[in-house]
Design a protein around this ligand. Structure first.
Ligand code: GDP
Ligand code: IMO
Ligand code: MG
Length: 431
């Protein structure tokens, strides 16, 4: 069995959690390599819904789960998540969850700064999840971040945290006119987090590399989506990490040779939470219908997701940026009942057709979609378990996606449940 990366190809929420949970059955190890609790990954198993923000989606299958060094971790959220999984009968313990000693900690002042910056920006805000992600990665790059390994020497941690907090409070109160963070209360709560999380802290690079060397199959679980990547996305309306598959290596400490394939998760249409350009966004009743049928509300913030048609300019860029070796199409069922479905194949910019995604946001905002229109399909498709069970028009739509992307279709999802899926080709067997 191969080691594969599962990445979002659009702006997040493509259904990565569902697909990772499904594939975890055949894997032994599942690792997160970037992002933090800005992610919200939903798994629906036997009618029960689980949402994970930090713990890899392999936990429901009781696989060896790791949070890599590239992830930024809010320890309070992690502990809450462990507890709520426990209440749902999913035990999380040091035997099935390891946290990298090198992973950075999201501190209360990161959250305060995230909110203060967004408030100060007013209408120009990014629409972040407010979880402190950007400010934490800023401190990581600025070399004043605090890591799990620092928690293990608590007196030194407390000294450093106090020092950094003083600078942040100066910014919060002096510049943003916001409330300061109580450094001593923060340190006291981190003493408790350190005690409770210490048994999970480990060398994730070594653990994952060793598992791979033993021939165990590893799933690298991406968060967010390719077009939220800090370098390749719609900057500045992006998240603060590299979301592309290439970041697996840096984000959990394995070499590129350990990665055998990259499965791109693509919704049969497009959604986006937060601000930023979205060329195929719908503002009509079709958009509303997709939003309602797809229950498109953020799994982290509960915000209504913006909806639009499938955008192949976006997807083709994702094919290249991630080196996709397979596609998993999700939420096909949501398009059922529409008279016609559209696929954007190019953009029109100043009267010319372009097939690339412009880096300049003003140009991107001026791009209009060029659509091809396909006939829709009717009937409940959520019971389909083989490609041949799907209506002819749905099959033609999928084959067209495959043709336009140049990547083999491996999985089709027709409902939120683990079993509401058809595997056309096993990505772990033939990456
Ligand atoms: P992730 O962040 O990529 O893991 O995706 P989210 O969990 O944030 O959002 C995907 C949503 O769609 C969740 O509510 C899933 O339960 C749901 N979902 C996943 N696949 C399908 C599907 O094929 N059909 C339908 N109707 N819902 C799906
Ligand atoms: P999953 O893993 C969708 C978006 C936010 C905002 C921007 C920056 O569930 O697909 P941040 O808090 O990261 O600084 O916010 O990125 N965003 C997501 N959108 N799904 C996600 O994760 C997201 N994580 C961040 O809405 O526009
Ligand atoms: Mg999500």
């Amino acid at each position: 069995m191969a080691n594969i990366v599962v990445v979002g190809t659009q702006w997040g929420d493509e259904g990565k959690g569902k697909v990772v949970d499904l594939l975890a059955d055949q894997a032994q190890v599942v690792v997160r390599f970037q992002g933090g609790n800005n992610a919200g990954h939903t798994m629906v198993v036997e009618g029960r819904t689980f949402i994970s923000h930090l713990i890899p989606s392999g936990i429901l299958q009781n696989k060896a789960c790791y949070i890599g060094n590239g992830v930024v971790v809010d320890p309070e959220v992690l502990l809450d998540e462990m507890e709520s999984l426990g209440k749902m009968g999913v035990a999380v313990n040091p035997g099935n969850l390891g946290i990298s000693e090198r992973a950075h900690l999201i501190m209360p002042y990161h959250k305060a700064l995230d909110l203060a910056r967004e408030t100060a920006k007013g209408k120009e805000k990014i629409g972040t999840t407010g979880r402190g992600i950007g400010p934490c990665y800023e401190d990581k790059a600025g070399r004043r971040g605090l890591r799990f390994v620092d928690l293990m020497d608590f007196d030194a941690f407390a000294r450093q945290a106090r020092e950094v907090c003083e600078e942040k409070n100066f910014l919060l109160t002096g510049f943003f006119q916001a409330e300061p963070v109580d450094a001593e209360a923060m340190i006291a709560s981190f003493a408790d987090f350190a005690r409770r999380l210490a048994p999970h802290v480990t060398d994730v690079s070594e653990a994952v590399d060793q598992a791979a060397a033993e021939g165990k199959s590893v799933l690298f679980e991406g968060a967010q989506g390719t077009h939220l990547d800090i370098d390749h996305g719609t900057y500045p309306f992006v998240t603060s990490s590299n979301t592309v598959a290439g970041n697996v290596c840096a984000g959990c400490g394995v070499g590129p040779g350990r990665v055998h394939g990259v499965l791109g998760i693509v919704k049969a249409y497009t959604t986006r939470v937060g601000k930023g350009p979205f060329p195929t966004e719908l503002f009509d009743e079709v958009g509303d219908r997709i939003q309602e049928r797809g229950a498109e509300f953020g799994a982290t913030t509960g915000r209504r997701r913006r909806c639009g048609w499938l955008d192949m300019v976006l997807l083709r860029a994702s094919v290249r940026l991630n080196g996709l070796t397979g596609l998993a199409v999700t939420k096909l069922d949501v398009l059922t009942g529409l008279a016609e479905v559209k696929i954007c194949t190019a953009y029109r910019l100043n009267g010319k057709e372009i097939k690339r995604f412009p880096a300049n946001l003003d140009e991107l905002a001026a791009c209009g979609p060029v659509y091809e229109t396909h006939p829709g399909w009717d009937g409940d498709i959520s019971g389909a378990r083989a490609f041949s069970d799907l209506p002819e028009n749905a099959r033609a739509f999928l084959r067209r996606m495959e043709e336009l992307s140049g990547v083999a279709l491996k999985i089709v999802s027709v409902g939120p449940g683990r079993d509401e899926t058809m595997v056309l080709e096993n990505p772990l067997e033939k990456p």
